[in-house]
Design a protein around this ligand. Structure first.
Ligand code: SAM
Length: 233
């Protein structure tokens, strides 16, 4: 029987095919940790996931998160690493989840965002571990149970290609987290800040950083309150 010659797909069809594949990755990831509560908008999570998976668009290095709480952002980041593994077979490393897990000031009893887990158990670490395990991401996450400024003293010195800062949201803590960890981010690496324009301290620090005449970082994109900066010098 006569078969018509295969017609190449148009650019628009190729584009839509890639879009649909990305949507499937997003949906699968989201469903695998729908049980995890936290402070991240899905668009912010999606951006973190895609950045973690963009290994060929940045220098080699680790993925580090400051402020993991119950694991929501950790799940997005680790899902990005998992998608690299399933796409290429390559090991894209783990998410280093840095948190003392005793909550920020606003999570304590009487705080603005009092958290039942913190008030009852004093820690979100057991729930964090359970959430990561239920999402099937345990082998992609390394817990660093310590305050950020303690944890950095034990850091190997390895480059960090993607740093996500979402710990204590005061100006001083954001400034100190940045100062302590950003030195490991090489040119071409990324730092993401959460709660920009929603928390005064974070917003003030990020504005100052972006106005710094040395221009080491530029803002490249964002989603909701997530701001993504790339190191350029
Ligand atoms: C807003 S929550 C993080 C939310 C999380 N990224 C998510 O997606 O759900 C802030 C977290 O930062 C942690 N934290 C506060 N101060 C810290 C510090 N100095 N070092 C490390 N973690 C800290 C708290 O224990 C809390 O779990």
């Amino acid at each position: 029987m006569h078969q018509p010659a295969a017609t190449p797909r148009t650019q628009a069809e190729e584009f839509l095919t890639r879009e649909m594949a990305t949507l499937v990755i997003y949906e699968q990831a989201r469903q695998s940790f729908a049980h995890v509560s936290g402070w991240l908008h899905p668009a912010e999570g999606f951006l973190l996931m895609r950045l973690a998976s963009a290994t060929n668009a940045m220098p080699a290095g680790a993925v580090v998160e400051i402020g993991s709480f119950k694991g929501l952002s950790t799940c997005w980041l680790a899902s990005g690493l998992r998608s690299v593994r399933s796409r290429t077979g390559a090991d894209a490393g783990k998410v280093f989840a840095v948190d003392h897990f005793t909550g920020s000031p606003e999570h304590q009893a009487g705080g603005k965002f009092e958290d039942a887990e913190i008030v009852k158990h004093g820690s979100t670490l057991p729930l964090f571990r359970e959430n990561i395990q239920k999402a099937g991401l345990t082998d992609l996450v390394e817990v660093v149970q310590a305050g950020s400024l303690e944890a950095v003293k034990t850091w190997s010195g390895a480059p960090i290609r993607l740093l996500f800062i979402d710990g204590d949201h005061s100006y001083e803590a954001t400034r100190d987290d940045f100062a302590a960890w950003s030195k490991f981010v090489p040119v071409g690496g990324y730092i993401c800040f959460h709660d920009v324009n929603t928390w005064e301290g974070v917003t003030r620090f990020v504005k100052e950083l972006m106005a710094d005449p040395s221009r080491r970082f530029i803002t490249v994109m964002g989603a909701a309150s997530l701001l993504v900066a790339r190191r350029i010098a």
